[in-house]
Design a protein around this ligand. Structure first.
Ligand code: PLP
Length: 220
């Protein structure tokens, strides 16, 4: 495997191919480069190569590297892709631009409160546990549409999209199809699905963003 900048170019080329093969508009699938566990020195060349959208799964880890990187490079869009505890909502709202893991009422309420308090509007996604795995975060598929509606009606949150992490040992296709169907039912436009092993397939199923870590930065 090449260095992160070479791998970034390769992943972007594969995304462009997958868009073409699915008859999709070029650039309609956004690459979220997942930089968790990698330090600022490793991330910086990837930013210098033009990448601006990044994903982290822990608030505390992101706080250690992203305030300085965001200060140095304008236009960074940082996505929280890991579970959010309500006692971290304040820090998360201050640092992140997109939170992809809204999955319960308490988090929705905390985020609404913190965004108002900080006068910051983040883009929000609801995480759906498409495989109904007990150990995994996310709302149950049967509750997803109702939850999106409650986020809107009760908490005044504009939910932009849905996100899922299919079970590791299953064909992800049916999970991507389920997420796409739920997004239509809930009337949300964005679909965050697909990781290093399956992002091309996710694009065929309509992903508007793919979260790719190890295929860019190497194994963790
Ligand atoms: C780590 C992580 C990714 C990236 O996984 P890779 O297989 O390294 O591409 C994507 N999504 C989430 C939620 C993650 O935690």
């Amino acid at each position: 495997m090449g260095n992160a900048v070479e791998q970034l170019a390769l992943v972007k080329a594969k995304i462009a191919d997958a868009e073409r093969q699915a008859d999709r508009t070029a650039g309609s699938a956004t690459l979220v480069a997942v930089s968790k566990t990698f330090d600022a020195e490793t991330i910086r060349p990837v930013i210098e190569a033009g990448q601006r959208v990044f994903g982290e799964n822990r608030v505390q880890e992101a706080q250690g590297k992203w305030p300085a990187l965001k200060g140095n490079f304008p236009g960074i869009e940082l996505h929280l892709i890991g579970p959010l505890q309500s006692n971290k909502a304040k820090e998360a709202v201050a640092l992140f631009d997109v939170i992809e893991t809204v999955d319960r009422e308490k988090i929705a309420a905390e985020l609404a409160k913190e965004m108002a308090r900080q006068s910051r509007t983040l883009k929000l996604y609801v995480q759906v546990n498409t495989g109904s795995e007990p150990q995994k975060a996310g709302i149950e598929p049967t509750e997803a549409v109702g939850f999106v509606q409650r986020c809107r009606d009760t908490h005044g949150l504009a939910i932009e999209g849905l996100m899922c992490i299919p079970p590791a040992d299953e064909n992800p296709g049916p999970h991507f199809a389920l997420l796409e169907k739920l997004a239509r039912e809930a009337d949300v436009g964005k679909l965050s699905m697909g990781m290093s092993g399956d992002y091309e397939l996710a694009i065929a199923f309509g992903a508007t963003s793919v979260r790719v870590g190890s295929a860019i930065f190497g194994s963790r």
